[in-house]
Design a protein around this ligand. Structure first.
Ligand code: GUN
Ligand code: FE
Length: 429
């Protein structure tokens, strides 16, 4: 039997990046509908027309709530779920004081499973349906995450975080074991159900040149995989990289010279870039990821959204360096950083970054991140009146953009009326 459902609500349909196509390219249906068939979006249109064309299909009416693609978080560390919002440190001290001790706990498979499930509950409660996660050095932390996502039929991407220096004894692998373990995990999980393996060197300071080369070789052997890492997040970190890699032209070159620069590369933060680094990222078609709540929380700097004119830019919480699990809060922080840099990001661009923009960065823009026929039916149903303060702003709105912006700025998980995973509404936990 065919599982069909017609869901009604306001609909925003993005054809592509409104930064490039203009806000007029976004179609708005006040009385819209999405027809879901077997976990995929079959049709998107006007409610009356779709109801007339499919009179037998069961209907779920979300009223004036907005039907959006599920949010896509392009850079997170699920193992940092239990130490998010740790006080008072900048990047390197924050890693040593809070992050590494917590990540060391993931040698226990039961703990890894507990946190993976807690993390995915938080994701769907916040309307996020896909995340690209770092795990820990332990292969079992990858198994735990993929098993938890698989049992929920979620599309996720993840990889074993590789480190062979400048980390505690119990959190170091070697160049060889990083290669071997990553390859085994890749073979086990990549392409299974909705799961993708991502080759994951943490960042240049915690990998030897030999480890970067080994992972570069693995990537060359599996060119359909993504590779994720951190790039130019804090100035102290950049100085350290220069000391550790004296022959490198710049931070990006530490990756480039070890086979870790490519179109399927995903570079988190990318704040303090040199002109050569920007040119090289653009030349190869690599993607960068904006992590605004992390960049303010850890004190890293102000990302330049103008990079989006030259390369795909994803949006991400960077949990738990970021201070939130919510892509609404993340869009709000991106807006605030835009203001500090002199450019007010339009609500359409904020929503695009959190959906289709992240999908593009993750090379999944043919599967998720848009409301269009053939796309996977991962949806976020967003209330635009979730609190009295937001509602009194939204009721005065003259356009859908004025109506949605207060929810972007002030909304939290109460604004997430429902989350659908592959066409199925997820119960709130
Ligand atoms: N750089 C290297 N590791 C990390 C991490 O876990 N979080 C952040 N924000 N930056 C990093
Ligand atoms: Fe990160």
């Amino acid at each position: 039997t065919v599982a069909e459902r017609l869901i009604l609500g306001q609909v925003l349909c993005f054809e592509g990046d409104p930064r490039k196509l203009g806000v007029e390219s976004v179609r708005h249906e006040t009385h819209g509908a999405v027809l879901i068939r077997d976990g995929l979006i079959a049709e998107v249109g006007e409610a009356r027309a779709l109801r007339a064309a499919h009179p037998e299909v069961p209907v779920t009416d979300h009223g004036a709530d907005l039907i959006l693609p599920g949010f896509i978080d392009a850079h997170v560390h699920y193992p940092q779920t239990a130490m998010i919002a740790s006080w008072g440190k900048r990047l390197i001290d924050w890693l040593n004081s809070y992050t590494f001790p917590e990540e060391a706990r993931f040698d226990d498979p039961a703990y890894a499973a507990e946190i993976a499930n807690r993390y995915l509950d938080l994701l769907t409660a916040n309307g996020t349906t896909t995340a690209a996660s770092y795990c820990t050095i332990h292969p079992t932390s990858v198994d735990a995450f993929f098993e938890a996502a698989q049992s929920r039929n979620m599309r996720v991407l993840a990889g074993k975080t590789c480190m062979d220096r400048n980390a505690p004894d119990n959190l170091r692998d070697t160049a060889q074991s990083a290669y071997d373990d990553s390859r085994e995990l890749l073979r086990k999980w990549h392409g299974t159900d909705r799961l993708s393996y991502v080759i994951t060197p943490r960042f240049s300071p915690t990998s030897s040149p030999e480890q970067l080369s080994a992972l570069g070789a693995l990537w060359a052997e599996h060119p359909d995989c993504l590779m994720q890492t951190h790039l130019s997040e804090q100035t102290d970190e950049i100085t350290w990289v220069r000391d550790l890699y004296p022959d490198a032209r710049d931070y990006l070159d530490t990756y480039e010279s070890h086979g870790l620069l490519g179109e399927r590369g995903l570079y988190g933060h990318a704040i303090h870039l040199e002109p050569r680094e920007i040119d090289r990222l653009a030349d190869v078609g690599a993607a960068v990821v904006h992590c605004p709540t992390s960049n303010t929380f850890i004190g890293s700097g102000l990302f330049d959204m103008a990079l989006a004119d030259r390369m795909p830019v994803g949006l991400a919480t960077d949990t738990g360096g970021g201070s939130s699990f919510s892509m609404l809060r993340t869009m709000a922080a991106a807006y605030e950083i835009g203001q500090l840099r002199g450019h007010a990001l339009h609500p359409s661009e904020l929503l695009w970054r959190a959906t289709g923009g992240s999908a593009e960065a993750l090379h999944l823009s043919d599967k998720i991140g848009r409301l269009a026929p053939g796309y996977e039916a991962d949806l976020c149903i967003l209330s635009l009146t979730s609190t009295p303060a937001i509602a009194q702003r939204a009721t005065r709105a003259d356009s859908i953009w004025e109506a949605v912006f207060p929810t972007i700025m002030m909304g939290d998980d109460r604004a997430i009326a429902c989350t659908y995973i592959a066409g199925v509404p997820v119960k709130r936990t």
